[in-house]
Design a binder for this molecule. Structure first.
Ligand SMILES: Nc1ncnc2c1ncn2[C@@H]1O[C@H](COP(=O)(O)OP(=O)(O)OP(=O)(O)O)[C@@H](O)[C@H]1O
Ligand SMILES: [Mg+2]
Length: 144
């Protein structure tokens, strides 16, 4: 999971919106944490924003480009109105990782990438499915 996150991090750029779906414990936060650490510091504390809903990080992209990354966990959101109050539209120019995105599905940019996390054949493995447009396919082909 961590090595995939490291390779994936090298592909990210401002404007990327990525949703993380899958059951509790499927590895969404683990992947987000590895991704954020790969783009900042390996020792950085990255907790699940289950209660704060959103958390921002200053990250560094390939080529030493600074960017802002937002990590959202919308598990606790019950109504779309609450999501609208988060000011989501202002986040889209940055890098945005969203756990439990279902409630805001209709508010998401069209060209988002969806990652579905599933349990693997053993306790310590996971399977990730990626759904995105042609541009995402081209970028992901470089890291597989
Ligand atoms: N290969 C693996 N990849 C990711 N997590 C793994 C793996 N093997 C074991 N785990 C364990 O599975 C758990 C995944 O928890 P994590 O918090 O990442 O899930 P989550 O999908 O974010 O859940 P939630 O829906 O509650 O936010 C962790 O305890 C982690 O150590
Ligand atoms: Mg989580």
């Amino acid at each position: 999971m961590e090595s995939l996150a490291e390779r994936f991090a090298g592909q990210l750029r401002a404007g990327d919106v990525i949703t993380f779906s899958g059951e509790v414990g499927a590895g969404k936060t683990t992947f987000a944490r590895a991704l954020i650490r790969a783009m900042s510091s390996a020792a950085l504390e990255v907790t699940s924003p289950t209660f704060t809903l959103m958390q921002s990080y200053d990250v560094t992209l390939k080529g030493n480009i600074p960017a802002a990354l937002w990590h959202l966990d919308l598990y606790r959101l019950k109504h779309r109105d609450e999501a609208e109050a988060l000011g989501l539209r202002e986040l889209w120019p940055h890098i945005v990782l969203i756990e439990w995105p279902d409630i805001i599905e209709s508010l998401l940019p069209e060209e988002r990438l969806k990652i579905l996390f599933d349990f693997g054949v053993t306790d310590d493995t996971r399977t990730l499915y990626f759904y995105g447009n042609e541009a995402w396919r081209n970028r992901l082909e470089k890291i597989i």
